[in-house]
Design a binder for this molecule. Structure first.
Ligand code: ASP
Length: 586
């Protein structure tokens, strides 16, 4: 139907007869001569209809509605001097139309198909096919395609086999709620959608497949956030006969290639490695943004025996005192500082103490009179604050203190403009705890998942460390993995620590425990959130922005209306009865 795409024509094509198909993006009637921007996936081209030269084509063009699909035949010619558009790849030429055929006429679209137009997300998602016509969305889809290709080429070159695993499967515990699918043929029984292919990839190692990968959809029934969705895509990997270093060093060149090819930036390897404990102490987070400093300082020693009740009380209650210096933060207004205090309380911490450092080590602060000169000096020394800086101090239980200071670090970096452009700061977090106490369930649970190998003989839940690692980029966790348990006796011990009896372990994971008995190689692996990688490379704020057909934050799909009620017959066939009528979909 066409000889060229709209976006590919250049000055060297001048003189050629072309036939183009595309969407009418914009039309302008310049005193008889009509100009149309014709759009396809490859870009735009200007088409000119002259009433004198081609009266029939011109007559049709006067009737064209935006977003109609047309087929145009014409001749490429250089644009007249002074009308060249240097911002458009096709800006040096135009197509003089000889004929035009309307393939389908379009109704007025709910919003104009233009990058600069601001439209509510619900409307964009409801008409996603229109939204995806925008050049910016095409750029994102292409970027995602390119990243997938870089991954596939790299995995192939390094000896990984792409193996598909089922979507209808049995629950794998990754710590989230499962999506269940009723099994019609087995009334009362359910498949689970995979939270990850964790057990299957381990079984592939026992199957002797050595190096597995898959770009795979995973499902976790949890609240959506900007960087998390109920349905997401992982680059999932498993390798035999490896240590932590082997796994980490395989993925560094891949990340370097992705950044090089999508950003034109060369990242240095090896990426820094930091233990979980170091990260928590220095940044209050296991996914710190290392593009800026603002390290946290422990003020426990500086305030031992302090007379300041807020600090002394926190320490007596098992808390800690930590602080950071915000370069130039002294310029924040009193109102802004008061707002900051409110925000910090919102993170769950008891409060925030702030001090502005003035010349010669003097400070300005609402609590100044409660602090001794030595305490102030020690605080300035520990945080490395200079005149004009702002010191932020939190004293509370360790977790709350770290959460608050992590929040403040991120927030201040943005506010004070401390984040350099074009910097890709990767880092590995290693040696996290094996278990964490779950307040909700009142029991120990796995920090990673129960198949993660302990790092030491000490398996007491409070102390045990895991042979696990996370890859962090610019303050986001890109993914993580671990060296796995490959001995049934160790696996049983971990299940026991998680409160699973031998019978329960057998019932839920018997297939894996049995497989371990037939020759399991030492193995390990990891999984990376592909949506998150693309989001960061595309410079977007939400993974919805880099997914062709995403769910809204509510978990609903405004395009298809999913989830939706089903008919009484379908329920009957499945042997299900609803305890509550479905809530009306909004
Ligand atoms: N299955 C893990 C996850 O989805 C990754 C891994 O341990 O390989 O986070």
């Amino acid at each position: 139907m066409r000889t060229h795409s709209c976006g590919e024509l250049r000055a060297t094509d001048a003189g050629s007869e072309v036939t183009l198909c595309g969407w009418v993006a914009r039309d302008r009637d310049h005193g008889g001569v009509i100009f149309i921007d014709l759009r396809d996936r490859e870009g735009f081209v200007q088409v000119v209809f002259n009433p004198e030269e081609q009266p029939d084509a011109h007559a049709t063009a006067t009737q064209l509605k935006t977003e109609s699909v047309v087929r145009i035949a014409g001749r490429v010619r250089p644009r007249p001097a002074g009308t060249v558009n240097p911002n458009l790849p096709t800006g040096e030429i135009e197509v003089a139309a000889q004929s035009v055929e309307v393939l389908t006429a379009a109704d007025t679209t709910p919003f104009p198909i233009e990058d600069r137009i601001e439209v509510g997300e619900d409307i964009r998602l409801k008409y996603r096919y229109l939204d995806l016509r925008r050049p910016e969305m095409t750029r994102v889809l292409r970027l995602r395609h390119n990243i997938n290709k870089i991954i596939r080429d790299y995995m192939d070159a390094t000896g990984f086999l792409e193996v598909e695993t089922p979507v209808l499967t049995r629950s794998t515990p990754e710590g989230a709620r499962d999506f269940l699918v009723p099994a019609r043929q087995w009334p009362g029984e359910f498949y689970a959608l995979p939270q990850s292919p964790q057990q299957l990839k381990q079984l592939l190692m026992i199957a002797g497949q050595d190096r597995y990968y898959q770009i795979v959809r995973c499902f976790r029934d949890e609240a959506s956030r900007a960087d998390r969705s109920v349905e997401f895509t992982q680059l999932d990997v498993e390798m035999s006969f490896v240590t932590e270093e082997d796994v980490m060093s395989i993925f560094e060149p891949l990340m370097v290639a992705i950044v090089r090819e999508t950003q034109g930036v060369e990242v240095q390897t090896p990426f820094p490695r930091m233990t979980y404990d170091q990260m928590m102490s220095r940044y209050g987070s296991d996914k710190p943004d290392l593009r800026y400093a603002m390290e946290l300082a422990d003020l426990g020693a500086a305030f031992a025996g302090t007379g300041f009740r807020a600090f002394a009380g926190a320490v007596e209650g098992g808390g800690i005192i930590k602080a950071m210096a915000v370069p130039g933060g002294g310029q924040l207004s009193r109102k802004e500082l008061d707002e900051l205090v409110t925000q910090v309380k919102g993170t769950g911490a008891a409060g925030l103490v702030w001090l502005v450092v003035e010349e010669a080590g003097a400070v300005r602060s609402p609590v100044e009179k409660h602090l001794s000169a030595e305490e102030i000096a020690a605080m300035i020394d520990a945080t490395g604050a200079d005149a004009g800086d702002l010191i932020l101090v939190v004293a509370d239980k360790p977790v709350r203190t770290n959460v608050a200071l992590d929040f403040l670090r991120r927030q201040m970096a943005v506010r004070m403009n401390l984040i350099p452009n074009g910097v890709w700061s990767f880092c590995w977090m290693v040696e996290p705890p094996l278990f964490e106490w779950s307040e909700e369930d009142e029991r120990w649970s796995s920090v990673h998942h129960p198949f993660t190998s302990p790092a030491s003989e000490d398996m007491s839940p409070e102390n045990a460390k895991a042979r696990a690692y996370d890859l962090v980029l610019n303050g986001f966790e890109l993914g993580g993995g671990s060296i796995r348990i490959h001995r049934p006796d160790v696996q049983r011990k971990v299940f026991a620590a998680l409160g699973l009896s031998d019978e329960q372990a057998e019932e839920q994971f018997g297939h894996l425990l049995t497989a371990f008995r037939y020759g399991a190689p030492p193995h390990g692996g990891c999984a990376f959130g592909l949506d998150r990688i693309v989001m960061l490379m595309a410079g977007k704020e939400a993974i919805r922005d880099v997914t062709a057909f995403p769910k809204a934050q509510s978990g609903q799909d405004p395009l298809t209306g999913a989830p939706a009620a089903v008919s009484a017959d379908q329920l009957k066939e499945l042997g299900l009865r609803l305890a509550h009528p479905p809530k009306k979909q909004t």
